[in-house]
Design a protein around this ligand. Structure first.
Ligand SMILES: Cc1ncc(COP(=O)(O)O)c(C=O)c1O
Length: 449
């Protein structure tokens, strides 16, 4: 089963043809009537028993969409015989099972009318109050009335923004490389996604400024300024100031994805973009990495006009984020458990990042470089020219190790020699062995060049 999944993934990535299987299953199209056998007049004998080509009826916007990578990453989640550096998964050791069991029991028995009921689309009032207070304490800015909503994780925010603001062909700027789920969300609405390079200070605002001066007019700029996915790098304070100035001057909305912001190692990141410029920044936050992804919860904080649009968009996507998860997160947070767990999580991920850095030094072939993250889940490695990390996924699978190849993290053609290595969920004692296997795969490929 696992082998089939990985083979399918590699084949899919190699031909760079992205098909969203989930989307296919759920697609409801006018075709439905044509194959409804309860209407004999619509199903001629030549159609009975014929395998349908459901892809033929895909929406144009879905046809070229990515998705195989994320499906493959999630499929590997339960693999026990592979050392998996692929998914951005929190370690289950950070999940507060005992406390949550107690909180869930209490909410279900004592407050089912709220915890088991539909919630307001913008989120339960008490939950928003808790999140607003948390932002005030951590980012020194408290959202004003209408500036905050609860989302079903960070990806929900990107989807709601794309749905609300993007017309076909609208330009969206992303970091190159960036979180591939965001590329998919914007492409899902037929945006023209453009990459701007990053360096050790984050997004190259000088390159962006040149492109804007040359006529680029994005509606949206998406950035992950803190311990970025996939590079682990952080945007410097001067770059943040420059980016905000450009947004004000050229009139685009910055989406600031703060998925890893709270998981810094030694040094906290600079001020959030949203706290610096709430007039032009929409912050997309998630509780997936600091609480648990199983509840699918996050927040969006930004201009009230934008938030009100996202609330409307959410009404016909999932209508509201799950009330039970919202209340569990609130109780957990108000009880002080979240803050305590974050301190422990930082230490865990810092130790794993250090172990991975040591292993890379020991096992990578000469000429390979990698980033040194100050927080978050990822190290981004670049092998010498001539290596194709997509093609090498099969060799890695044979060695029972998994990484994500670099290419899907770019909106254009790049990343052939790069790989993303997540250290977040690999046991300490397996990191060295896993990296040794990756090094072996790369070294063999380099020797065969
Ligand atoms: C940068 C970034 N944003 C958003 C997400 C999505 O998180 P969520 O589980 O909240 O949808 C991820 C998940 O890996 C991520 O890395």
């Amino acid at each position: 089963m696992l082998g089939n999944i990985v083979v399918a993934y590699v084949k899919q990535a190699v031909r760079n043809s992205y098909i969203c299987k989930i989307g296919c299953q759920e697609t409801e199209t006018p075709m439905t009537a044509a194959i409804d056998h309860s209407h004999p007049g619509l199903s001629g004998p030549e159609q009975s028993g014929t395998a349908r080509d459901w892809d033929a009826s895909l929406a144009r916007r879905t046809k070229s969409l990515g998705g195989g990578e994320i499906t493959a990453i999630l499929s590997l989640a339960g693999a026990s015989d592979v050392i998996t550096f692929s998914g951005g998964f929190p370690d289950p050791a950070t999940f507060p099972t005992g406390v949550l069991a107690e909180i869930a029991t209490r909410l279900i028995t004592q407050d089912p009318g709220v915890a088991l009921q539909y919630a307001a689309t913008e989120g339960i009032a008490g939950v928003r109050d808790y999140v607003a207070g948390r932002l005030g304490a951590l980012q020194r800015r408290t959202p004003e009335t209408g500036e905050l909503m609860v989302t079903s994780g960070g990806i929900d925010c990107m989807e709601l923004v794309a749905k609300s603001y993007l017309d076909t062909g609208d330009a969206v700027v992303v970091e190159a490389p960036t979180y591939l789920g965001a590329i998919m969300a914007f492409r899902g609405y037929e945006a023209d996604v453009r990459g701007v390079p990053v360096d050790s200070d984050g997004l190259r605002t000088d390159v962006l400024a040149d492109q804007l001066a040359a006529g680029l007019r994005p509606k949206i700029l998406y950035t992950i300024p803190d311990f970025q996915n996939p590079t682990g790098l952080t945007m410097s304070a001067p770059r943040r100031t420059e980016l905000v100035e450009l947004a004000r001057r050229y009139g685009f909305l910055i989406i600031e994805d703060v998925a890893y912001r709270d998981l810094h190692f030694e040094q906290a990141p600079p001020d959030s973009l949203w706290s610096m410029a709430p007039d032009v920044v929409l912050q997309a936050g998630t509780f997936s990495k600091i609480f648990c992804p199983g509840v699918r919860l996050g927040w969006a904080a930004g201009p009230a006009e934008v938030i009100s649009r996202l609330v409307v968009a959410k009404q016909n996507s999932d209508q509201c984020s799950g009330a039970l998860g919202q209340r569990m997160m609130e109780e957990y947070g108000r009880g002080g458990h979240m803050d305590r767990q974050i301190v422990a999580s930082r230490a865990l991920y810092m130790r794993r990042a250090a172990l991975m850095s040591e292993a890379l030094t020991a096992h990578m072939p000469a000429g390979t470089t990698w980033t040194t993250p100050g927080g978050g889940f990822y190290i981004w490695a670049t092998a010498p020219d001539g290596v194709d990390t997509v093609a090498l996924s099969a060799a890695a699978r044979a060695q029972k190790v998994a990484y994500v190849p670099g290419r899907p993290f770019y909106p254009g053609e790049a990343g052939a020699t790069q790989i993303r290595l997540a250290y977040s969920r690999v046991a300490d004692e397996l990191i060295d062995e896993g990296i040794r296997r990756v090094g072996e795969v790369l070294r063999t490929a380099l020797e065969e060049r």
